[in-house]
Ligand binder design. Structure first.
Ligand code: SAM
Length: 198
């Protein structure tokens, strides 16, 4: 197997790293949900050496992620664990931050709902969740290409784009503290776990 490669990851990884350097500055242990190729993990772990970066995904992605880690074996980068929202329990260990890129439009709606619920349940107070990808806002797409891609995803059986409002409803213990416009009509949503539980 050759290393899996995503051009989109190459294009967006440094923009994401620039934001995470401040948003994750107080974090120590990050769970990445849906690591995919592993490209984000090797890049972000390199640029955030103070963090232990735990990759995760469905088992069929692990070989590819491991090939990237074999080539860039940063000491703070952890080999993938099996975690599929809706199938597996929340991974063991304490994580004070979560990162997930381009997963919410691939998962089914119920899985995204569960992901928001699990994150708010397991993050400690002030824990941060950085969520990258395309979203709708108040039901509106921010580009025609995003509207077209959403329709294509739904036709293929994927969940399609989620609206920021529904994410807020599902993660009521998470406060959306920032919404950063990223290249290619994507957003980086910064969620922070509230200090006290309701
Ligand atoms: C479009 S890829 C994005 C991969 C990578 N994060 C990136 O930005 O290139 C979607 C990822 O979501 C993962 N995924 C889909 N459903 C999932 C679920 N229920 N739980 C966890 N990950 C899931 C897939 O396995 C895949 O790695």
């Amino acid at each position: 197997m050759t290393k899996p490669f995503s051009q989109a990851c190459e294009n967006n990884k440094q923009f994401i790293a620039d934001v995470l350097q401040s948003e994750f500055n107080a974090a120590t242990r990050v769970l990445e949900i849906g690591s995919g190729t592993g490209q984000h993990a090797v890049h972000l772990a390199k640029h955030l050496p103070h963090l232990a970066w735990q990759t995760s995904d469905q088992p069929q992605y692990h070989q590819g992620i491991n090939l990237w880690i074999d080539e860039y074996p940063w000491p703070n980068l952890k080999r993938p664990i099996a975690f599929q929202v809706g199938k597996d329990d929340w991974p063991k260990g304490q994580f004070d931050a979560v990162f997930s890129a381009n997963t919410a439009h691939i998962m089914q709606r119920s899985e995204v709902q569960l992901m928001m619920q699990l994150i708010q349940q397991h993050l400690p107070a002030n824990g941060v969740f950085c969520q990258y990808g395309p979203f709708t806002e108040n039901g509106k797409f921010n580009s025609q290409s995003n509207a077209d891609f959403h329709r294509h995803l739904v036709a293929e059986g994927y969940g399609g784009y989620r609206d920021i409002t529904e994410l807020q409803q599902w993660g009521k213990l998470l406060t959306l503290i920032d919404r950063i416009t990223m290249p290619a009509n994507n957003l980086l949503l910064i969620w922070k776990k509230q200090k006290t539980q309701e």
